[in-house]
Design a protein around this ligand. Sequence first.
Ligand code: FAD
Ligand code: NAP
Length: 537
Amino acid sequence: MERCDVVIVGAGFAGMYAIHRLRRLDLTLRCFDAAGDVGGTWWWNRYPGARCDIESLDYSYSFSPELEQDWDWTERYATQPEILRYAGHVADRFDLRRSIQFDTRVESATFDDESARWDVRTDHSDAVSAQFLVMATGCLSTPKLPEIDGIQRFGGATYHTATWPHDDVDFTGRRVAVIGTGSSGIQVIPLIAEQAAHLTVFQRTPAYSTPARNGPLHPQTVAARKATYQAYRERARSTHIGVVIDVAADSATSADPAERERRFSEGWDEGTLYGVASKFADILIDPAANELAAEFLRQRIRDAVADPDVAERLSPRTFPYATKRPCLDTGYFETFNRPNVALVDLRAAPIIEVNADGIRTTEQQVDVDDIVFATGFDAITGPLLALDPVGAGGISLREKWSAGPRTYLGIAIAGFPNLFLVTGPGSPSVLTNVIVSIEHHVDWIADLLATMIERGATSVEVDEIAEAGWVEHVNEIGDLTLYPLAASWYTGANVDGKPRVLMPYVGGFCAYRKHCAATAANGYEGFTLTSPGSGAC
Ligand code: FAD
Ligand code: NAP
């Protein structure tokens, strides 16, 4: 069997940086990705309108000042093709592809107690024995189809936003259905509406969305950022979400109504993901404060949508604002003013089936030529459980996480020695600028491996007590917020039978980073490092 020091699963931004960073430790590496090239999310999600919701100047690597200076983003929020070009540029620049085997899915990873190594197998019959396993499998890389009867019977074409074809899809003259109105749906709907003869949007839960106010990046903006890039990045790392925003310290409920409106409007005008939420300190903590922000956003929908009945159906009322990732849009609500667009409210009339001609709800049959599923992902734990590594003593991750994920810092799992997660459950991951989280995790893992090399340790494992303490902390902090109130993919509520647990750490990136630093500074407290002859070291 082939041997190497590290197998990395995934060649998105996490796997790519892991290759670059771990090469500096002189470790031998193998990376596998089921995709045909680097980029992860941005290789798969090619639907029209796909773009980042964190500004391009932030949503990019910080590890190389030269890369930062050389790369020029063209838009405030880059499109998927531009982000994919960036990933390709990084791969070329740092010669990453020589460590990656594409079009290859890792099907199993089993820890061998005797050799303390991971036996990794792929769908191409690769068999690799690795000392370390880095799961850079992403939080949003297992697409989810809806549990609707009859999808296979549909006579037309079906698409999922997360497995979009590489060739252009032309909807000209066609009757199209989109199911799902999360971030993906909200991006794809306006563009399909412009092309299709008719578009029917099937909405189960309306989303909170603010306008992106996207546009070309002004050269002066770019120059100003480039002049202070590294200092800016450090500021970003000391914030809650890995992006520099001013978060107000006072309460929305005690603010004067005119002042409240002024501040919410200011947030709305910013065109950022958390512009409105950041204007008061209690939006994600106090239901009354949250409702004030939610009502402000509902009023914007009423302003944008001509038909008051449609505006009402597009207005979110069943969960607090920002307890699901808010959406950033370009002309989303205005799309419903078009004569070729119809909204079907699935709360009023649920889908019964997909049939040969289209979609049947309890109230009507809607005949369509194409169906686009913008129905999201089995998020955060999905890609990990799909691979289902088997740890020490033959315990699988599925068994270990049967009641929900348990990790230490979202990076390590008790019973799974020498295995590391990047942006795993229990880390801030999807609540942040994810590239900031990725760089942090990979650096932290690399520092731990460097320490092991220095001490002659071959094996590292987090203990159950440290893990239990972290899980408790993650839950306690989560319970102080409104996040658990939403039936969101953050809590696993979008997947039937998935344990309902708030998976990301909501305490903020800055606090999280301090926990990680303290663990390392205390000699990797909670971890046991062992060397072959002498045991613990
Ligand atoms: P991914 O990019 O998901 O890459 C994981 C890779 O692992 C995939 O290529 C997958 O094929 C591979 N893989 C998984 N399992 C296996 C296996 N068993 N064998 C082989 N390969 C495997 N975050 C932000 O912060 N800002 C944004 O603006 C933003 N926009 C987004 C837009 C979309 C449409 C989506 C879906 C997500 C977005 N995200 C955003 C989150 C995004 O996922 C992260 O920002 C980031 O790209 C994740 O990188 P990653 O390398 O961790 O994971
Ligand atoms: P999502 O937020 O989970 O949205 C899925 C949508 O599909 C929801 O509206 C959901 O309704 C609906 N749906 C699921 N099953 C359904 C069914 N059986 N019948 C009817 N409707 C159904 O997924 P997403 O839009 O792909 O976004 C996931 C995450 O990816 C985002 O939150 C974000 O983090 C990231 N993303 C970012 C961007 C960006 O702007 N950069 C773009 C896309 C994705 P319910 O809510 O009722 O379940």
